[in-house]
Design a protein around this ligand. Structure first.
Ligand SMILES: CC(C)(COP(=O)(O)OP(=O)(O)OC[C@H]1O[C@@H](n2cnc3c(N)ncnc32)[C@H](O)[C@@H]1OP(=O)(O)O)[C@@H](O)C(=O)NCCC(=O)NCCS
Length: 280
């Protein structure tokens, strides 16, 4: 059972849970830096623009965050952080409960860190597969399948492929990424590349087959040779070795988890790289 997410979590200590607002972004960046995540304020702002969230305030200082991003019938829980000085007192559980209340009835997904996994299991989430995070200075590469560059005025076709792969209805997100980043197109898939954290991120990569996904990634790497690149891969999609050979080493990862799963995606397309661990 999910605990009560009442707005005042501990009046005696002055802790309150409140809606996440733009005025909390600078503190949120401080928290994510504390746990070693690379998010810049722009990255938090982008996530918040398409999400709702909550913060825990201790005398107006943000000491915890949790966001909920709804993509159609599926909600992604993300950016769950408790200030290290406040951990182990039930605040993480309260924040997650409040974030889950933002999407009643939805299938819930998240990518768990080692810290978060025990808590999510207690809340009824089940591990589905591993995500592997690769990053580094990109080497040059050659695409073996033709890849062309957008621009894409209308992302409807890409949204359809993405939905077939993930079950997520991410038009607003893909629209934003297409407006600020690069879109690479192949006959059987697409990829996006955008500024994020320490450099650029390749993702999503959605394709009918691994050969197309490899070509899309190779082209993204070729364009950014010598620069810092990151890519987050579902381990089972099988491109980890290919990406490592392009200079992007495996530096960690997480566990994709689900609670109250709905129907599986159609399977015509596969997600070979995530937008991010937060946004699926
Ligand atoms: C994960 C995190 C948010 C948990 O916050 P927290 O305030 O310490 O969690 P809580 O005190 O609410 O703990 C909730 C439950 O999970 C358990 N739990 C929390 N962290 C645990 C750990 N590392 N190992 C085992 N159990 C753990 C607690 O025992 C508790 O169980 P109970 O309610 O049955 O007693 C916090 O450790 C954190 O911010 N970590 C760094 C960022 C991160 O990894 N976030 C998760 C992203 S997916």
């Amino acid at each position: 059972m999910i605990p009560d997410a009442s707005t005042s979590i501990s009046p005696a200590s002055g802790l309150h849970i409140r809606p996440f607002a733009p005025e909390h972004l600078a503190d949120a960046v401080r928290l994510s830096r504390q746990v070693g995540w690379p998010h810049r304020q722009q990255d938090w702002a982008m996530a918040l623009a398409i999400s709702e969230g909550v913060v825990a305030l201790n005398n107006r200082r943000v000491v915890g965050t949790a966001c909920c991003t709804r993509f159609g019938d599926v909600a992604l829980l993300n950016m769950i952080i408790v200030d290290e000085a406040m951990r182990g007192h039930g605040l993480g559980r309260r924040l997650i409960a409040a974030a889950m209340d933002l999407a009643p009835g939805a299938e819930m997904r998240l990518v768990a860190t080692t810290d978060g996994l025990p808590l999510y299991e207690k809340l009824g989430f089940h591990a589905k597969y591993r995500i592997v995070q690769h990053q580094g200075i990109a080497r040059t590469a050659t695409a073996r399948v033709p890849v062309r560059e957008g621009p894409v005025q209308d992302v409807t076709g890409l949204v359809r492929m993405d939905h077939a792969a993930s079950g997520l209805d991410r038009e607003a997100l893909l629209d934003r990424i297409a407006a600020q980043g690069d879109v690479l197109l192949a006959d059987r898939g697409f990829a996006m590349v955008r500024d994020f954290g320490r450099g650029q991120v390749i993702g999503p990569v959605v394709a009918r087959d691994a050969a197309t996904a490899r070509a899309l990634i190779a082209e993204a790497v070729r364009r950014n040779a010598g620069a810092f690149l990151r890519i987050d891969l579902p381990e089972g999609a099988g491109l980890s070795d290919d990406v490592a050979a392009l200079g992007l080493s495996c530096v960690g990862g997480g566990t994709a988890m689900v609670r109250d799963p709905g129907p599986s995606p159609s399977g015509d397309f596969t997600t070979f790289a995530l937008v991010s661990q937060a946004l699926g």
